[in-house]
Design a protein around this ligand. Structure first.
Ligand code: FEO
Ligand code: CA
Ligand code: CA
Ligand code: CA
Length: 627
C-alpha cells in the first residue's frame, strides 16, 4: 500500500481520478448551453459561479480519509504546528553556510557581505528539487530582506556602512545546494561541487525577442544581451528538461535617482520605478541602480530566469519572450502537441494573467535548452459569462515591436484590454486534468482605483468583491482539454472570507467555514495525488476582519469535492511560501518567510535568537508518503 492513510482503492482513485462532477463541470455544461443562448438569463450573483453547497458536506465526509490527517485549528504561537502523526524540523535557515570554510551565522553581527556571499540567502520563497547522478539538489529563491532583521544590530535597522548594504544585496538571488538523507531526516551537504550562490552580481545572458534591443543597452552592457544578477526572486517553475525557473517580482524597489527632479518615463511609472528605493540602498554601492544615470537598467530586470541547477558554471538566462512584469511564478505544462505552456501571474493590483506557448515542441531527451526563446505570449480576458480568451500579444495585435512587447509587457496588455486582476500570485496546474488554478491574493483597490496604467478595475467576473481584503482562487479549463487552446471556461474554486464576522459575500464561499478560514492565498502547488496545497501571505492580526484566522498557514484542497483543510500553521509574523517534495515523497519541504518581520518572533531558534527565514522538512511519524 502506497500510503498508510488511505486504502488502495482510495489511492488508486486519487491517482487515476474518476472525478465526480465538480462545480466547474456544471459551468462547462452551462457555458455550452449559453453559446446557443446569447443574452441569456444567466444572472451574475456570486452564487452563479461559486461552489454550490449541494452535497458538499456529504462528499467532503466521504473524502475525509483521503487527506490522511485531522485539520488543525488556527493559531498564533511562535512555532510551526502540524497535525498529530506529523513532525517537522528545520533544514536550513538564512545565513547558514553552504561551504565549510565559511562561518556559522553570527547572532550578534548577523553576518557580513563576505559570509553572506557563501551562505543561504534571506527570505526563501519558491523552490524545487532536482536529481542527477545520485545527488539531490535544491534550488531556492531568496526573495528579499527585512531591514529590521538583517540590520537589526544597527540603530533603527539602517545600514551603517557599505558592507551592510552589500550583505543585504548578497542575501538576494538563488541558493543552490545538495541535500542528503541523514538518519531519518535530510541535511545540507556542505562543500558539494553543486553548491552555488546566484546573486544580484551574477553574470547573466538576455535571450529572446528583447536580446540586443536598444531598450536593454546600458553603460555596463552596450550590446543589450547581458545582464548582471537577479533579485526579488519570488515563485518558481520547474521544466521537464530539468531546469529551474526563478521569477523576478518586485524588482522596482531597488532603483533610485540621485537627481531629485528626474522625469520618469511612462514605462518607469507603470512598473513602479521611483526616485527612492525601498530602503535597500543599492545605488549607494552600485551606480547602476541610479535611474537618472542609467535609465535602461530597470529594463534588465523583471523576467523569468532559467537556471541549470546541475551545472554550477552555467550562465543563467533571462527569457524575455515570457514578458517583463512582476513575475510571481511560472507554471509549466505541455500542450497536447508537445509545445510548452507557461502560466504566469503579474502580482500587482489590477495587473494581468499571462500564458506563453512555445513555437517548438518539447522533445524528451532532446535539446530543449532554448525552447523558451521563441513562441507567443498571451494575456487573459475573462468574461462575466464564465468564459475567457487568451489574447496573443504580437506586433500585429498591439502595434508594438516584439522587443517592446517583451520589455513593456504591461502596456501591451492594456492595449489589448486584458482583464485587471486581484493580484495574481501562483498558478498551479492539475496533473490529472487540463485545468489550472491561480491565487488572486487580495486587492484593496478593486472597484475603487484603476491600475497604474489607468485601466479600470470593475467589480465582477473573477474579481467579484469591492476592496477585496480576503482574496480568491480562480480556476479555468481550456476548451478541448488542451492548454494551447485560446478559449476556456472558468469558475471560482474558493472565495476566502470570514463567516464568523460576516454574513454577506465576505463570509466566503461554501467551502470556507469557521474551521478552515484563511485570507490571502498565495503559494499553490498540486501534489502527485491531485491535492492542491494552498499557502497564505496575509493579515495575521487575528483581529477584526481577520479574527480567528491566526498566523499564516498552509491548507490542502480537494479540487473534486471543494473541501479545504488546514494542515500547517506558521510562526509569528511569517508567510508560508514555497513547496517541494523529496524524491521519495516522504518529506515535504515548506518555506517559512520573514518570521518576526515586525520585530516579534524568535523562530526557529527560540529564546532570544534572531528570527530567520527557513525551510522546514515535514514528514509523517510513520514514514508514509507526504503527497
Ligand atoms: Fe513574492 Fe507576489 O509574492
Ligand atoms: Ca507570493
Ligand atoms: Ca503575497
Ligand atoms: Ca513575502
Amino acid at each position: 500500500m502506497p500510503d498508510n492513510s488511505v486504502s488502495f482503492d482510495e489511492y488508486d482513485e486519487i491517482h487515476s481520478p474518476r472525478h465526480g462532477q465538480t462545480d466547474l463541470d456544471r459551468v462547462i455544461e452551462a457555458a455550452i448551453d449559453r453559446r446557443g443562448f446569447v443574452g441569456g438569463a444567466l444572472t451574475f450573483g456570486l452564487g452563479g459561479f461559486l461552489l454550490g453547497t449541494t452535497s458538499l458536506t456529504t462528499r467532503a465526509e466521504a473524502a475525509a480519509d483521503r487527506f490522511g490527517f485531522r485539520q488543525i485549528p488556527a493559531g498564533t504561537e511562535d512555532t510551526i504546528r502540524v497535525p498529530d502523526g506529523y513532525r517537522w524540523e528545520t533544514l536550513i535557515s538564512w545565513g547558514d553556510p553552504l561551504w565549510s570554510d565559511s562561518p556559522n551565522f553570527d547572532e550578534s553581527t548577523r553576518g557580513t557581505a563576505a559570509s553572506q556571499q557563501r551562505a543561504f540567502g534571506d527570505n526563501n520563497d519558491g523552490m524545487a528539487i532536482f536529481q542527477a547522478g545520485g545527488r539531490t539538489v535544491f534550488a531556492v529563491n531568496n526573495e528579499y530582506t527585512n531591514r529590521g532583521i538583517i540590520w537589526g544590530n544597527r540603530p533603527e535597522g539602517k545600514p551603517a556602512n557599505d558592507d551592510d548594504i552589500l550583505k543585504g544585496l548578497l542575501a538576494h538571488g538563488v541558493s543552490v545546494f545538495e541535500i542528503a538523507r541523514d538518519g531519518d531526516g535530510w541535511s545540507v551537504v556542505k562543500d558539494s561541487p553543486l553548491n552555488r550562490r546566484i546573486t544580484p552580481d551574477t553574470e547573466m545572458e538576455i535571450t529572446g525577442p528583447a536580446a540586443g534591443s536598444d531598450l536593454l543597452r546600458t553603460a555596463a552592457d552596450p550590446t543589450g544581451a547581458r545582464s548582471r544578477g537577479t533579485w526579488n526572486n519570488c515563485g518558481n517553475g520547474q521544466t521537464p528538461w530539468g531546469t529551474y525557473l526563478t521569477c523576478e517580482e518586485n524588482f522596482n524597489g531597488y532603483f533610485s535617482s540621485s537627481d531629485p527632479d528626474y522625469e520618469r518615463s511612462p514605462s518607469m511609472r507603470r512598473y513602479g520605478i521611483n526616485l527612492d528605493d525601498w530602503g535597500y540602498g543599492w545605488a549607494g554601492v552600485q551606480e547602476r541602480f541610479d535611474i537618472s544615470r542609467h535609465p535602461n537598467e530597470p529594463n534588465r530586470a523583471g523576467y523569468v530566469v532559467e537556471i541549470d541547477p546541475l551545472d554550477p558554471n552555467s550562465t543563467p538566462k533571462k527569457r524575455t519572450a515570457l514578458g517583463r512584469f512582476k513575475h510571481e511564478n511560472a507554471d509549466v505544462v505541455l500542450a497536447d502537441d508537445g509545445r510548452v505552456v507557461v502560466y504566469m501571474g503579474d502580482d500587482e493590483r489590477g495587473e494581468f494573467l499571462y500564458r506563453f506557448v512555445t513555437e517548438n515542441r518539447y522533445t524528451e531527451g532532446g535539446d530543449n535548452s532554448d525552447i523558451l526563446d521563441s513562441g507567443t505570449l498571451y494575456v487573459a480576458r475573462f468574461s462575466d459569462d464564465q468564459t475567457g480568451t487568451w489574447m496573443a500579444m504580437t506586433p500585429e495585435t498591439t502595434g508594438m515591436d516584439a522587443d517592446e512587447i517583451a520589455v513593456n509587457t504591461r502596456m501591451a496588455g492594456s492595449l489589448l484590454g486584458a482583464t485587471t486582476m486581484d493580484r495574481p500570485e501562483w498558478v498551479a496546474s492539475n496533473p490529472f486534468q487540463a485545468e489550472a488554478y491561480v491565487a488572486l491574493t487580495n486587492n484593496k483597490n478593486r472597484g475603487l482605483k484603476p491600475n497604474a496604467g489607468g485601466d479600470a478595475t470593475p467589480v465582477g467576473g473573477p474579481n467579484p468583491r469591492e476592496a477585496n481584503v480576503y482574496g480568491q482562487i480562480l480556476r479555468w479549463r481550456p476548451d478541448g482539454g488542451d492548454h494551447a487552446a485560446d478559449t476556456f471556461v472558468w469558475d471560482l474554486f474558493a472565495l476566502a472570507g470570514n463567516p464568523t464576522v460576516h454574513s454577506d459575500e465576505n463570509a466566503g464561499s461554501a467551502n470556507v467555514n469557521a474551521g478552515n478560514m484563511f485570507n490571502s492565498p498565495d503559494g499553490m502547488m498540486f501534489d502527485q495525488r491531485g491535492f492542491l496545497w494552498i499557502q497564505t501571505d496575509g493579515n495575521y492580526s487575528n483581529e477584526g476582519d481577520f479574527e480567528g484566522h491566526g498566523n499564516n498557514q498552509m491548507l490542502v484542497g480537494d479540487t473534486a469535492t471543494g473541501e479545504i483543510r488546514r494542515f500547517l500553521v506558521g510562526p509569528d509574523e511569517a508567510e508560508i511560501t514555497g513547496l517541494a517534495w523529496s524524491p521519495d515523497r516522504k518529506t515535504m519541504f515548506v518555506g517559512v518567510q520573514h518570521p518576526g518581520e515586525r520585530g516579534d518572533s524568535h523562530f526557529p531558534g527560540g529564546g532570544d535568537s534572531v528570527p530567520r527565514s527557513a525551510i522546514v522538512a515535514v514528514s509523517r511519524e510513520d514514514g508514509g508518503l507526504m503527497g
